[in-house]
Design a protein around this ligand. Sequence first.
Ligand code: UN1
Length: 517
Amino acid sequence: MSTIAQQFGMTEALEILGIKAVNEGTSTGGQWFSGGELIESYSPVDGQLIAKVKASTEADYEKVMQSATEAFKTFRLMPAPKRGEIVRQFGEKLRQYKEPLGKLVSYEMGKSYQEGLGEVQEMIDICDFAVGLSRQLHGLTMHSERPSHRMYEQYHPLGVVGIISAFNFPVAVWSWNTALAWICGDVCVWKPSEKTPLCGIACQNIIAEVLRENNLPEGISCLINGDYKIGQLLNRDTRVPLVSATGSTRMGKIVAQEVAARLGRSLLELGGNNAIIVTPDADIKMTVIGAVFGAVGTAGQRCTSTRRLIIHESIYDKVKDAIVAAYGQLRIGNPLDQNNHVGPLIDTHAVELYNKALAQVVAEGGKILVEGGVLTGAGYESGCYVKPAIAEAKNDFAIVQHETFAPVLYLLKYSGDVTEAIEIQNGVAQGLSSAIMTNNLREAEAFLSAAGSDCGIANVNIGTSGAEIGGAFGGEKETGGGRESGSDAWKVYMRRQTNTINYSTSLPLAQGIKFDL
Ligand code: UN1
C-alpha cells in the first residue's frame, strides 16, 4: 500500500470489502472461482497496483450461465414484493458499506471521495425506488369487444440480464440495472469494466451476503471479469434476453449488432456531447457553478459531463471571464483529499486522448483560453492528472463533434434568439443531456418543446450532469436510445403478455369473423 492509500484508510476499506491481493474474478452468489489470466488494477490516484483479479474463461462463463438459468427458475416465482424485500436488505447493506465502498470507487476510478460517496448514495436511492416499485409492476386491463370476455396485460420476468458497465460509474450503473431487474424477477450476470474490477468484486461480496442470509440461489447475482471477449459471450448468448450496456458509442454499436443478430434486446447508454445554453437572461453565478461542476466533475469522465457552452454574444465576455476565473480556483490532486476538486483521469491512455483533443482544437482554428497540460512532480506520479482546459471553438469542428472523456470545455457563441442556440445544441451526433440557463419563461419552454432539445435529458437552470435516479436516464441518437433507472424503465426488464379470457359458453371470434362447424 502506498503512503496515500495508507493515509486515507485504503487497507481497512479493502479488508472490509473482502478484496484480497489476488481475487477470483468469477462468481455466482457467494461462490468464487476462475481459471483465467490476471488483470491488474492500478490506481490512477498514485499509480500503485491495488490488487489482481483473475479473468473469467469461457468455461467459467458457462458455469455462471448454468447457475443463473437455474436460479431464474425459482426466483421468477417469488412474489415481487418479496424480491423487493431482498433489494431493501441490499440497500441497507450499502448504507453500512457506504464509506469503504465510496473510498474504493475513489481510489480505483479516481473520482473525488465526495463523488464516490455520491455514487454509493445513488445505489441506495435506486434500491429504495425499486422496493416501492416491487408492489407497482402494473399492467393495464382493457375491455374486450366480445361478450363475457376479459382482457388484461401482465408483466413477467425476462430471464438472465447481462450487464456491461463502464469504469466511470463502476458501481452505480450496475445497481440501476440490478435493483430493477431483481424486483422484476430477473437474475443478473455482470461484466464490469476491466479498468475497475475491484469495485465489481466489492459489490458482489455485498450482495452475496444478502443472498446467503436469505438462503437464496446463488445465480441471482453473477460476476464475470475480462475484456470485450467475455462481453461478447453475453451479446451472442440466446440465453440472455437482455443486454444492458453502458460505455462508448463505438462499443454500443458492436453490442447492438451482436444482440440484434439473434433478435435479443439491448439497452444502450452510450456517449454524450452535452451542452449548456447560456442566454442573456441567465443567472451568471448559477451558470458558473453548473458549468464548472459539469465540465470538471469526475474529471470530465461522466457521460453527462458538460462539453460545450453555447453562450449569447451579449454576455459572452462576462460568462467567459467568470468561468476562466473559476478555473483558476480549481485544486487538482489526490481525490481522497477532500480539499481537491479534480482527481486524475482513469489511465495514461485517457491522458493521450486529452492531449490529442487539445492539439486538434488548436489545429482546427480554436483558441485556448485555459491552458491544459499534464501535471508532474510530487503527488502526480501516476501521470494521470491533467489540468481542466477551456477552448473557444466552433460547433462544426470535428473535435467538438467528438466526445473526449476528459475535462475539456468548448465555448461556442450564438447571436440570434434561442432557436439558434438550440440548433447548435442539437447539432451533434449524440443526444444524452442538455441544459439551458435562463430566467426567461419563453426561452425555457422553447428549449423544452418538441422543437427544443433533442436529448433524453433537458434541464432548466441546472447543469447537464448529476441526474436523480427517479427519472428515466438515457438519451437519443448515438447515445443509444435506452432508458435506465427511474420512471417506467423497469418495463424493459420484463416481458409483456396480453391475456384474453373467455368466460362465456360460446367461442365468438374477434373482428366478427364467422366460422361455424
Ligand atoms: C454516467 O456517466 O454514465 O447524471 C452516469 C449523472 C449521474 C450518472 C452518470 N447520476 O451525472
